[in-house]
Design a protein around this ligand. Structure first.
Ligand SMILES: Cc1ncc(COP(=O)(O)O)c(C=O)c1O
Length: 410
């Protein structure tokens, strides 16, 4: 086979388990709890197509042209208004905003401008795989913070920071990465007390917080908490938002909201990556936001997901309540449930029999940078139909029981 010489980063790159797994999504009869893919029924396609026609015909000089690296002013303005109305975030100017190709590219750009090979950063365990991939391009020195129903362990964060400070290594810490609402993959939400604690520690050690919040607008029940950005401001927090889960992932639009110095640096990095985000989808989204109330449009989407989430929780209860040591998270929003089996179960190994039984899930170890989470799995309830959720959880139980018997665990 032909060999090519790759850079160190190139050599480190391996194919993502999620992508590999998604290859089997289209096998006939397969039920997938795998990808965090929105239900296409929720895309406002007719409204978008109307706006798109207008933008293409009447604003072609902008929408079919290269655009500014920072992003389209029309969309920026509309998004600043959106943040003011829905998140009570005031005082932003266009210089506090960068529009990226989804949040994923924002994570990559942040990794580029913030991390050297010796830099350290805090992430949750389990971690969002996309963030782990972006950060580990430049530094493998992640410090893991276990998650509970209330978010990352802030006592451990305090302990680790104290330790690093004593060793004189605090300047190596570049950021604390948090997914505050309906965590991917765990489904949990950072409570108010822990939000305050993270901010207090970040103030104490002069650290940046990266707040990655794709799911906050998908709340199905209960009261939300203010964003860390709202609580601590742009000197302390960089907020990442995206349209992927609330409008359309195909439009590939993400937002970085933060201090103008950070935004300017990200803009310079972005110029080397893609020059600018697509003018066409930015202008469509901008005009769409001017014309429609996105929060209002999300109400039926929230209804669809709430029903699916409730159904999945009911089915998990029905099928797994009799199995000792099995537990799962109960998200109030977002797209994911994290299910943990007793010690000894290896969900990566279980994937093959899951596929044979016609059900896909993502093994927990895919969300762990340095190993671990072997007995957990991520279940996404947003895409399968209600009847497939019922059938899929049955198949999952069958898979778990078969594996348990085979390994002498049951
Ligand atoms: C926590 C988190 N951050 C970022 C992303 C990337 O989203 P996108 O690039 O589609 O905006 C995702 C997608 O699933 C996510 O769950």
């Amino acid at each position: 086979m032909k060999k090519f010489a790759f850079s160190k980063i190139g050599q480190k790159l391996t194919s993502s388990i999620i992508r590999e797994l998604l290859k089997d999504v289209n096998v006939p009869g397969m039920i997938s709890f795998g990808g965090g893919v929105p239900d296409p029924k929720t895309f406002p396609r007719y409204k978008l197509s109307e706006v798109a026609k207008d933008v293409l015909e009447n604003e072609f000089a902008f929408s079919l042209q290269y655009g500014p690296t920072e992003g389209d002013d029309v969309l920026k303005e509309a998004y600043i208004n959106f943040l003011k109305r829905n998140d009570n975030i005031e005082g932003l100017t266009k210089d506090n905003l960068l529009i990226t190709v989804g949040s994923q590219s924002a994570l990559y750009l942040l990794s580029t401008i913030l991390l050297d090979s010796e830099s350290k950063y805090f992430v949750s365990k389990p971690v969002y795989l996309g963030a782990a991939s972006a950060f580990s391009m430049n530094s493998m020195n992640h410090i893991d913070l276990p998650l509970s129903e209330d978010g990352i362990d802030t006592d451990l964060l305090e302990e680790k920071l104290l330790e690093l400070d004593k060793k004189g290594e605090i300047s190596k810490v570049r950021f604390i990465y948090v997914i505050p609402n309906f965590h991917n993959p765990a489904g949990v939400t950072l409570n108010l007390e822990r939000r305050k604690k993270i901010i207090e520690l970040a103030e104490k050690y002069d650290l940046l917080i990266i707040e990655d919040d794709p799911y906050g607008d998908l709340r199905y029940e209960g009261e939300g908490f203010p964003s860390l950005f709202k609580m601590a401001g742009k000197n302390r927090v960089l907020l990442l938002r995206t349209f992927s889960k609330v409008l359309s992932p195909g439009m590939r639009l993400g937002f970085v909201i933060g201090h103008e110095i950070l935004i300017r640096k990200l803009v310079m990095a972005k110029q080397a990556v893609d020059l600018c985000s697509p003018s066409l989808t930015q202008r469509i989204a901008g005009r769409f936001l001017e014309k429609y109330d996105l929060k209002e449009l999300l109400k039926p989407t929230i209804e669809i997901y709430r029903k699916k989430k409730d159904l999945m929780l009911e089915e998990l209860e029905r099928n797994f309540a009799d199995m000792e040591g099995v537990h799962w998270t109960r998200p109030q929003g977002g797209l994911f449930i994290w299910l943990t089996l007793p010690e000894g179960y290896d969900t990566m190994e279980m994937m093959a029999s899951g596929k044979k039984n016609g059900v896909l899930f993502i093994p927990g170890s895919a969300f762990s940078i340095g190993g671990g989470c072997d007995n957990s799995m991520r279940l996404s309830f947003c895409l399968p139909s209600e009847e497939n959720i019922i059938e899929g959880v049955k198949r999952l139980k069958k898979t778990v029981v078969e594996y348990g018997k085979e390994k002498g665990l049951l």
